[in-house]
Design a protein around this ligand. Structure first.
Ligand code: SF4
Length: 270
């Protein structure tokens, strides 16, 4: 169990530089899902924690009080929960920080976007339905539950995520599958599309980012769980090649053939 601390934040709605996102809200610092590839681990340097990333969570206990009761500023603006944590990680069950934030956002008439790896989002369907404009994305990087336990040990099982998509659709909430990160030789993205297309409106694709400090945890994970793939990953990430360019084209061709809507957000840096 990670170390849980309650903290008081000084602000909660932050301007975003993500595509198609005006603001982000991160109700927690840290994340219990413990994904080995986590891109948000840089956040640790803004804390005083000695624990490693994934081993602490700071709960922004006053988060909902920081959302204004009245404001025209956020009307129609896209607010994403969340960018560097998961708003529905297990501790949310106890604290309900995300739920309280949603209650405060409804009267502001924001365009709500939620992205999560947890079926706990279903708890808040009653509130999500009150937003005139909203969508919920569920991240899926594999359908193989054994592999899921190794890559995202404390996030929801894959079948629960698919059921969450179905339930959201039943409630007429727009959904998307965030298909990523695509792990070379491990993510069967075609199978994911074919298994989820009945419950999603579109797909977003992201490849595994192994740049700079992100490479070390990936290398350690590969050595522990898939040592046979280490050489292949080094080839993909550290030698000139068209692996991701070709994958991008394959995805585009497949989605066009299958008539599914998609957007690709690939990192091409080293
Ligand atoms: S759910 Fe997102 S923020 Fe949480 S550990 Fe996984 S990648 Fe990081």
């Amino acid at each position: 169990m990670p170390k849980i601390s309650e903290i008081k934040a000084s602000s909660i709605i932050t301007k975003s530089n993500l595509p198609k996102t005006d603001y982000v809200i991160n109700p927690y610092v840290g994340c219990m899902h413990h994904c080995f590839y986590c891109y948000a681990r840089f956040m640790k340097r803004f804390t005083e924690h000695e624990e490693g990333w994934g081993e602490f969570v700071d709960v922004k206990i006053n988060a909902s009080e920081l959302v204004p009761k009245k404001s025209e500023k956020y009307k129609g603006k896209t607010i994403l929960l969340s960018s560097v944590t998961d708003a529905y990680q297990p501790i949310e069950r106890k604290y309900e920080i995300t739920r309280k934030i949603l209650e405060k956002l409804i009267p502001l008439e924001t365009d709500l976007e939620i992205l999560t790896k947890s079926d706990l989002v279903l708890r808040d369907i009653d509130l999500i339905k009150k937003f005139k404009s909203c969508r919920v994305g569920i991240t899926i990087a594999t359908l193989d539950e054994d592999l899921r336990r190794k890559i995202e040990p404390f996030a929801s099982p894959v079948q629960n995520r698919i059921r969450a998509l179905e339930k959201l659709k039943e409630n007429e909430i727009e959904t998307y599958v965030f298909l990523g990160p695509i792990l070379p030789c491990l993510t069967d993205w075609k199978k994911i599309i074919l298994s989820t297309r009945h419950a999603t409106d579109y797909y977003m694709f992201e490849n595994l980012n192994a740049s700079r400090s992100l490479w070390l945890p990936i290398k350690i994970w590969l050595k522990d769980h898939r040592p046979n793939l280490l050489k292949e990953y080094e080839k993909i990430y550290f030698t000139p090649n068209d692996y991701w360019k070709n994958t991008e084209k394959e995805i585009a061709d497949f989605c066009k053939t299958e008539r599914v809507k998609y957007e690709i957000f690939f990192h091409h840096g080293k």
